[in-house]
Design a protein around this ligand. Structure first.
Ligand SMILES: Cc1cc2nc3c(=O)[nH]c(=O)nc-3n(C[C@H](O)[C@H](O)[C@H](O)COP(=O)(O)O)c2cc1C
Length: 218
């Protein structure tokens, strides 16, 4: 089994042969601009969920956890995501307010890595995000206990139905546990695969208020 799995893993393709160029000399001063450009390119190329990213955090005991989240915006405070404030990520960030975000767009052979300190945003922003969610997502956010052990799927179905009923009764209800956080990036790296394996890595590092750019060995 392990031998079969190992040969399957060795045979899997990673990237198409036709990959976009990465003219690093033309890279903009602000990594958010280059990210917006790459994201639009990924969406145009049909990459599914190009706004999905891995958020990595670590708790007070040094244990690292990672999960997929949706990027909501990049504004003056940083790279914004939304979630409940009673799960593992919120506990981790309360103890150690630093995080890394990783985007991976295989159809383009591209990866973007972002890291920096994280700040919870004011409750009003969490409320605005909650109100903008589709009805089912609002109901899902209302069901508590995220990441706690669940006895059965029926138990969840009942809690979800209860949340749907409460929202139908009062559509203006807001889950107070729903919040937004912003990663104030101080490092952003753009990685472009090349069929020749001469992969190109461009790193932006924040020095004071200005971004410095430099290549990294692949
Ligand atoms: C594509 C995708 C997008 C997701 N987006 C979010 C999101 O925006 N916010 C969120 O709280 N969870 C999102 N999740 C669920 C998280 O990955 C995770 O299961 C949940 O937030 C609990 O994480 P935690 O216990 O580490 O805090 C998403 C999962 C997937 C697969």
């Amino acid at each position: 089994m392990s031998h079969l799995l190992a040969s399957l893993l060795r045979s899997l393709p990673s990237f198409p042969d036709d990959l976009p160029p990465f003219p690093v000399a033309d890279a903009p001063e602000d990594p958010a601009d280059l990210f917006a450009d790459w994201l639009a390119h990924a969406a145009d190329a049909g990459v599914l969920a190009p706004h999905a990213m891995t958020l990595s955090t670590s708790g007070p005991d040094g244990v690292v956890t990672a999960r997929t989240l949706i990027l909501k915006d990049i504004d003056e405070h940083g790279w914004v995501f939304a979630s409940r404030d009673d799960g593992t990520k919120a506990r981790d960030l309360g103890a150690n307010p630093f995080a890394a975000l990783t985007f991976f767009w295989p159809a383009l052979g591209r990866q973007v890595r972002v890291s920096g300190p994280v700040r919870k945003r004011p409750q009003a922003e969490g409320e605005a995000d909650f109100r903008a969610r589709p009805e089912e997502s609002r109901a899902a956010a209302f069901v508590g206990h995220q990441s706690e052990p669940l006895g059965s799927l029926d138990e969840y179905a009942a809690a979800y139905a209860d949340a749907v009923a409460r929202l139908a009764e009062n559509p203006r209800l807001v889950a107070r546990t729903w919040n937004t956080w912003a990663v104030a990036a101080d490092r952003v790296e753009f990685w472009q695969a090349s069929p020749s394996r001469a992969h190109v890595r461009l790193e932006y590092r924040l020095r004071g208020r200005a971004w410095e750019r430099g290549l990294l060995w692949p």
